[in-house]
Design a protein around this ligand. Structure first.
Ligand SMILES: Nc1ncnc2c1ncn2[C@@H]1O[C@H](COP(=O)(O)OP(=O)(O)O)[C@@H](O)[C@H]1O
Ligand SMILES: [Mg+2]
Length: 256
C-alpha cells in the first residue's frame, strides 16, 4: 500500500463522454510535499485537479488519498476524506463576513466553530482584524488568504489550490506562497496549479508540466528550473538556439 498523500493513476476525465481532457495523467505527491502543476493555458490543469476533487467526471484510472481509493467520491464528501480544494474563482462568499465564511466552513464539517476558528485566526491575524468585513470588500490577497483559511477549517491532510496567485501583484504572490509554506509546515500536503512558473518552482519541492492532459515532465523543482525545455517554454530564457525550440516542441507538441 502506498504511503503517498496522493496518487493519481492513469486518470482520464472530461466534461463530455468520449471527449477526455485529462488523458492518462499520473502523479504521486508524498506526504508533506508541496507539488506544483504547471503547463500552458488549456493544458487541462484545472480539469485535472477538479477531477481529483470530484468536480469533473472520471472515465478511467484512479485517485488514492493516503492509500484510500477516493475515485468518484462526490465533491461535497471530499472534506470528510481529508481533501480540501480551493477553486480559482468564487472561492469565498462575498456577501458574508470573513467570520461567517469561516463559521460556515466549520458548520459544513459539523465541527465546533470556536475550536476550529481559533487556530486559523492565529495563522491569519489579518483575517481576525477584518472578521466583520464582507469578504467582497477584502483586497485580492486577503480574499485568497480567506479562501485558504476556509479550506483549513476542515483540517485536511491534502490541500489542493487552483492558481492561488492569479491576479495578485508579485508582493502578494510572495505573501500567499509564504503562507502556503507555513501550511505545509503544519503537516498538510499541498498540491497547486500555477502560472507563475518561477515563483511556483521556488515554492514547490517538485513539479509536473502538464500538456494536453498528460504530465510530460515531472521532477524536483531545482531540476526543472534548469531544464532547458521548461526554460524555453516559460522562463523567457531565450538562448536563440534551435535545439531549445525543438526541446520545447517535444514537450508541447505542435500546438504551441
Ligand atoms: N466546463 C467545461 N466544459 C467543457 N469543456 C471545458 C470546461 N472547462 C474547461 N474545458 C476545456 O478543457 C480544456 C482544458 O481546460 P482547463 O482544464 O481549464 O485548462 P487549464 O487549467 O490548464 O488552463 C480546454 O480545452 C477547455 O476548453
Ligand atoms: Mg486553469
Amino acid at each position: 500500500m502506498s504511503d503517498a498523500a496522493l496518487v493519481i493513476e492513469g486518470l482520464e476525465a472530461g466534461y463530455e463522454p468520449g471527449l477526455p481532457i485529462v488523458r492518462d495523467a499520473n502523479l504521486t505527491v508524498q506526504r508533506g510535499e508541496i507539488v506544483a502543476i504547471l503547463g500552458p493555458n488549456g493544458a487541462g490543469k484545472s480539469s485535472l485537479v477538479k477531477a481529483v476533487a470530484g468536480l469533473v467526471p472520471i472515465s478511467k484510472g484512479r485517485v488514492l488519498l493516503n492509500g484510500r481509493d477516493i475515485t468518484r467520491t462526490p465533491a461535497h464528501r471530499m472534506v470528510f476524506e481529508g481533501l480540501a480544494f480551493v477553486p480559482q474563482t468564487e472561492n469565498v462568499f462575498i456577501n458574508l463576513s470573513v467570520a461567517e465564511n469561516l463559521e460556515l466552513a466549520a458548520a459544513i464539517v459539523k465541527a465546533n466553530r470556536h475550536e476550529r476558528l481559533e487556530p486559523v485566526y492565529a495563522m491569519f491575524p489579518d483575517l481576525l482584524r477584518q472578521r466583520a468585513l464582507p469578504a467582497g470588500q477584502l483586497s485580492g490577497g486577503q480574499r485568497q488568504m480567506l479562501a485558504v483559511a476556509r479550506a483549513l477549517i476542515a483540517k485536511p491532510s491534502l490541500l489542493i489550490l487552483d492558481e492561488p496567485s492569479a491576479g495578485l501583484s508579485p508582493l502578494l504572490v510572495s505573501q500567499v506562497f509564504a503562507k502556503l509554506r507555513e501550511v505545509r509546515d503544519t503537516g498538510i500536503t499541498v498540491l497547486l496549479v500555477e502560472q507563475n512558473v518561477k515563483s511556483a518552482l521556488a515554492l514547490a519541492d517538485r513539479a509536473a508540466v502538464l500538456v494536453e492532459g498528460k504530465e510530460r515532465i515531472v521532477g524536483d523543482s531545482a531540476d526543472l528550473l534548469n531544464d532547458e525545455r521548461v526554460a524555453a517554454l516559460y522562463l523567457g530564457r531565450h538562448t536563440g538556439k534551435q535545439a531549445d525550440k525543438q526541446l520545447a516542441n517535444q514537450v508541447v507538441g505542435e500546438s504551441v
